[in-house]
Design a protein. Structure first.
Length: 248
């Protein structure tokens, strides 16, 4: 049987597919470091065990696959019936046996990757709707999954670190976070300044500024770095370390 290749031709989509596949391998390595009994232990996400993280990441792949199907067929296929259904699915998945959870992660990732591979080049621009109601091109599904695998590998708390996430992914993550903050009608939105990439999110001279290495900024902004640890790595313009505004 002849080999099959991605049908995507847009250079950005091709590059993003390479990044998400690297992130999937990163997540897989983080999972493989855990014994079955360790899946019952807490993750780095408040209120979630490692089982919850695995269920979320596995079912997320299936949900994104539904958006890819939507783009391929033109038939509207939402990610989830409702927010309640999504939460119930995660809670159920967290009760699965360890082998079933590991299979969910592996099989759902493979299925999603095949759907991306087979999506015709002219369908990557087809509009779909995310669970948050955003209208986006199908190409955005690759970034949606990229965020999940890189960040949640860290959440498994098995050795994966934010500074191991590629710099380009970290910069894009901070951009997403800062836009989410800015879209809210109230609250102070801090300007973030990376000292090791000459990148800034927000206006210069803002009343609230947080400065430091890109990895530390990413960890703080996404809630993966405690205030105590942040205080050792970051600087606040008002001199008072504080937790980041809620992102999602």
């Amino acid at each position: 049987m002849p080999a099959r290749f991605d049908q995507a031709t847009d250079p950005q989509v091709v590059a993003d597919l390479a990044t998400v596949r690297l992130g999937t391998a990163f997540f897989r390595r983080a999972l493989n470091r855990l014994r079955d009994a360790e899946l019952d232990q807490p993750s780095r996400l408040p209120g979630w065990s490692r089982r919850h993280v695995l269920a979320h990441v596995g079912y997320n792949a299936r949900a994104i696959a539904r958006l890819v199907d939507w783009a391929a067929t033109g038939v509207e296929t939402p990610m989830y019936p409702s927010a309640e259904a999504r939460n119930a699915e995660i809670d159920f998945g967290a009760t699965l046996p360890p082998e079933a959870l590991r299979n969910l992660i592996e099989h759902s990732a493979i299925d999603l990757d095949v759907r991306w591979r087979d999506l015709p080049a002219d369908r990557w621009s087809h509009r779909v709707r995310t669970a948050q109601g955003r209208d986006v091109p199908a190409a955005e599904t690759v970034w949606m999954r990229t965020r999940e695998v890189w960040l949640h590998a860290v959440d498994l708390d098995s050795g994966a670190r934010v500074d191991q996430i590629p710099a380009a992914v970290r910069e894009r993550l901070i951009g997403d976070v800062h836009r989410a903050w800015s879209a809210r009608p109230d609250g102070v939105v801090p300007t973030l300044v990376a000292t090791d990439s000459a990148t800034r999110w927000g206006p210069s001279g803002a009343d609230s500024m947080v400065t430091g290495p890109l990895a530390a900024l990413t960890g703080w902004a996404t809630g993966r770095l405690s205030v105590a640890t942040s205080a050792e790595l970051l600087e606040w313009s008002n001199g008072r370390p504080e937790a980041a505004p809620r992102w999602i």
